[in-house]
Design a protein around this ligand. Structure first.
Ligand code: PLP
Length: 393
């Protein structure tokens, strides 16, 4: 039994860790030091704010330290590292400010919004009426003037920017005032773009008027899988009071130590990283477009984030493409979303993006044998095994 379990993990590590070009925009790799903290003794321990457990003095210091770095990196008045995932961070924010039958306005999953926020997800859980932002697929963005009208009409209790498909900054500055005038709490789900925000190369939702920025810590932010909430004092104090005992008890202190170190890496290397992620995405998008792939928003320079979107008209058609690429060890999702966050962390730059576009084209357009492409993928991956943008350890 033990051989089987360890064998499966080893096979996965060999394949996804060493031989695959990982282009899933929701994923990244941790530095060895951050990854090492996940298996520290902290993984066995409890602490609680009411000081119920003894033996917690270093754990509590780590949490405090982590919150301070997070506030610094994001320019936030409060930070909380306890949410166990991006979804839980979304849940905590929403639950803190709504009652049944309130209106939640966010981007519909049809337009690339996060399905977990919608009717079958959190909106349903809290009996909220989910109203979509008016959205332009052509520009992959919220239609500002129509959104102002919709907010005035439906008076949402909560307005959430951010999405799962996100190639351009959202109009937070343009819409916050009207949202506030109509009684809304404004949040930004930065699950995808958290590392770009931290690196000051996307938008800055907290400065633009959002009261809270929340989401995952492992997409463009290169931390362990988990969640975070950054907020102004008023909203941060309310969510902090809710987190325990309602949504998180044991916050997994090994994860929080790892996240704290990843935030320190972000403070030092985050700007250079975010800049390169976006440059890589633009280069990859341009090269794919030139080969004839259906890359969205050519008129806007394709993307200003880590994502490149290929529009095949739905997940089922996208799946066909994603499966063909998987045969050549090129890993994307069925969106088809292609992300440059992980390959950038591994040190790839514009030259490698052109190579990746060529490999994708050889598999999808030239229909070359997967074995040929796979060999070149493996060669490219072998050159970029180390995590960059981190402290030497
Ligand atoms: C916009 C958005 N919010 C939240 C989530 C959920 O994040 P997590 O997987 O960390 O729970 C996702 C998932 O990818 C997402 O795309």
């Amino acid at each position: 039994m033990i051989d089987e379990i360890l064998g499966l993990v080893k096979k996965h590590e060999e394949w996804r860790g060493k031989q695959c070009l990982n282009l899933i925009p929701s994923e990244n790799v941790m530095s060895p030091a951050v990854r090492g903290l996940l298996s520290s003794d902290l993984a066995h321990r409890y602490t609680a704010r009411d000081r119920f457990y003894m033996g917690t003095r270093f754990i509590d210091n780590i949490e405090q330290y982590g919150e301070e770095i997070a506030k610094d990196v994001f320019g936030a008045e409060t930070a909380d590292l306890r949410p166990l995932s991006g979804h839980i961070a979304d849940l905590i924010f929403i639950a803190s400010f709504v009652k049944p039958n309130d209106v939640l306005m966010c981007i519909s999953p049809e337009d690339g919004g996060y399905p977990g926020m919608w009717k079958d997800g959190l909106a349903g859980l809290f009996s909220l009426k989910a109203v979509p932002f008016p959205f332009s697929k052509h520009d992959m963005n919220i239609k500002v003037e129509e959104a102002k009208g919709a907010i005035t009409r439906v008076k949402p209790k909560i307005v959430i920017f951010g999405a799962s498909l996100i190639t351009f900054p959202h109009p937070v500055r343009e819409l916050t005032e009207v949202a506030h005038e109509n009684g809304a709490h404004v949040g930004f789900d930065g699950s995808h773009v958290m590392g770009l925000i931290a690196g000051e190369h996307f938008q800055d939702p907290l400065k633009e008027g959002a009261s809270a920025l929340f989401g995952s810590t492992h997409k463009t932010l290169f931390g362990p899988q988990g969640g975070i909430i950054l907020a102004d004092k008023e909203h941060g104090e309310i969510t902090k009071a809710k987190i325990y005992p309602t949504f998180v008890d044991n916050a997994h202190w090994n994860r929080i130590a790892a996240l704290t170190l990843a935030l320190a890496e972000t403070k030092k290397f985050g700007k250079a990283y975010a800049e390169q992620v976006i440059r890589n995405a633009k280069t990859l998008a341009g090269a794919l477009y030139d080969y004839g792939f259906p890359v969205t928003c050519q008129h806007l320079g394709f993307t200003q984030s880590h994502q490149v979107l290929l529009d095949y008209g739905g997940f089922e058609k996208g799946r066909v493409v994603a499966e063909k690429l998987q045969c050549a060890n090129i890993i994307v999702d069925c969106g088809v979303r292609i992300g440059t966050c992980e390959v950038t962390r591994r040190g790839m730059k514009e030259r490698e993006m052109s190579k990746i576009a060529e490999l994708i084209k050889r598999k999808i357009i030239d229909k070359e044998q997967p074995e040929n492409v796979k060999k070149e993928v493996a060669k490219l991956c072998a050159e970029f095994q180390k995590a960059e943008y981190c402290f030497e350890s």
